[in-house]
Design a binder for this molecule. Structure first.
Ligand SMILES: [Zn+2]
Length: 140
């Protein structure tokens, strides 16, 4: 794996602009949804089994996160908390890169074992998060 720092090439996808826009639009949509008092998403898996699915607690974690209650956000769903931290860091970087026209960061996976290792890390994080949620199922 290598992290490259390079200017945005002609015709290259502007990931910073796309994903910052998607992130801000999603946050705005979610905030509007909650401000209007519309119903929260229901979890079919939880309704059927009585146990949390992989994403249960996501809404409550995000609400706590955006109110600055980071420990509560972590307790509701650790993986969502980690993702929100990553998205926040990416948004700050993306905003900075767009405003200053700074070189862009690109992560390059060179080999198949590196790609496999990255997949294993992601799957392990998902599994450990679900184990955590199942161990704390009574709060859902
Ligand atoms: Zn669920």
């Amino acid at each position: 794996m290598q992290v490259l720092r390079q200017p945005l090439g002609p015709g290259e996808t502007d990931h910073e602009l796309i994903w910052l826009s998607v992130s801000v639009a999603s946050l705005g949509l979610a905030a509007t949804w909650l401000a209007l008092g519309l119903p929260w998403p229901r979890c079919l898996f939880h309704d059927l089994t009585g146990r949390p699915c992989l994403t249960c607690g996501m809404t409550r974690s995000a609400i706590q996160f955006f109110h600055g209650h980071f420990l509560a956000a972590l307790k509701w769903n650790p993986l969502v908390f980690a993702v929100l931290c990553g998205v926040t860091a990416f948004d700050l970087y993306g905003f900075f890169a767009l405003v200053t026209r700074a070189p862009r960061l690109r992560i390059i996976f060179w080999t198949a074992p590196e790609k496999k290792f990255a997949r294993i890390i992601v799957i392990t994080a998902l599994a450990l998060n679900w184990v955590y949620l199942l161990l704390h199922w009574r709060q859902f």
